[in-house]
Ligand binder design. Sequence first.
Ligand code: SAM
Ligand code: CA
Length: 244
Amino acid sequence: MEGTSKKLSVYDLSKTDSGLLQSKELYQYILNTSVYPNEAEVLKDLRQATASHPGHVMLSAADEGPLMSLLLKLVNAQKTIEIGVYTGYSLLITALSLPKDGKVIAIDPNRSYFELGLPFFKRAEVEHKVEYIESMALPVLDKLLEDRKNEGSFDYAFVDADKSNYTNYHERLMKLVKVGGIILYDNTLWSGTVAWEDDSSLDEQMVHLRAIFIDLNKKLASDSRIQISQLPVGDGLTMCMRLC
Ligand code: SAM
Ligand code: CA
């Protein structure tokens, strides 16, 4: 695309109904066969309520939900952390997957988004599992690290917030999450643009974020402290297990 052609924004690239698979039929098949039939009614209702919110482009993809829920159960997660809540779709998945006495520290500077989601947590009777902290995440993580008891005490972390801080979050989460614990980073394939040879059709914000994810993906792949798997679900989810 050259000259005055419109550059692609995050809104253009998120409009796809074919996901990263680039096949509408296959993506819909996955959603209709294994995702939607097993999605709790309350989650479905929150997803639908969020779909008409002005920021709906931020909503986590439904096909990530079953994987996150399974991981939480596989690691017997009790103490977890979520960075970037929005209306709480992924947070509700976590809260529903945790045991009765499980906890999730949820951090987001814009609590107003969560007002939309909160009634769904009450309806699901999982509100007590959520400690919502209205703040930028970095100072909260630093504060947690001031207490030695928090080191290596988290079973699971999900990061879906300001992309430019992912590497900063990673260093802190590597201290907070236990050996054998899981850290998930969302949007790491950035609509598939990380593999594009040419970014000239993208708008400035997309170019910037694409570069951030290319850099992050290299860093995570060469970090010997973790074992990773790059999953092509949603917008790309990188699963990391802390090894040491
Ligand atoms: N996980 C959510 C879901 O399932 O719908 C979507 C999260 S949305 C993509 C990103 C969120 O990150 C927004 O709600 C935004 O307010 C939040 N955010 C932005 N900067 C942040 C920061 N510095 N620390 C924590 N959250 C931040
Ligand atoms: Ca996301």
